[in-house]
Design a protein around this ligand. Sequence first.
Ligand code: NHR
Ligand code: GAR
Length: 191
Amino acid sequence: MKNIVILISGSGSNMAAIVRAAEQGRWAERLNTRVAAVLSNRADAQGLALAQAHGIATAVLDHKAFAHRDAFDAALMAEIDRHAPALVLLAGFMRILTPAFVAHYAGRLLNIHPSLLPAFPGLNTHQRALDAGCQFVGATVHQVTTELDHGGILAQAVVPVLPGDTADTLAVRVLSQEHLIYPQAVAHFLA
Ligand code: NHR
Ligand code: GAR
């Protein structure tokens, strides 16, 4: 059985979409794959309860408890590797990962980013897209490399900017597309 480990920091709605797709799409039978664990750097991440309700192992590693990024990433790697994952997914995970971490999971580490990469890597993407006058925004599933939000693109969704849109209204509409493309991209990656 191929294990997926998902890293979250907050609501975990992308993680939930993947858990739902795995259940409804019978990934265990069709792809020999299961979501084995959900890890968060924040104890208050709402997604943890949902994962537990689906019988998925969870763990919290608070980055503030570590003196350096290297120490946090080493602990995170140890926790992830307990599940011997075929795939590690960032889903709203908000800590930049060290080159050692990225190298350790090379080729099996994916992220979803709320912009049409290579436009707007990094944070605050929706406001930056509005400020730039973009008429279309979107989301990108990509391989994670040491260069932030720059790895190979696996899937994208385009979302039109509508009159009166704010960063918040755009974020909601982009997120609903993320929930479609991330599970699809993962299933395609595993198939
Ligand atoms: N790590 C690497 N090496 N490469 C990527 O492409 C990564 C990554 C870690 C996370 C997600 C990413 C996004 O999709 C991601 C991609 C956090 C930050 C950030 O600045 C930037 C990009 C992304 C995630 N984080 C701050 C930091 O100091 C903390 C911000 C906070 O805690 O709220 O790590 O957008
Ligand atoms: C999503 O829009 C995701 O693309 C974005 O945060 C949201 C998390 O939602 N990721 C980043 O901004 C990474 N820096 P979720 O926790 O409900 O999946």
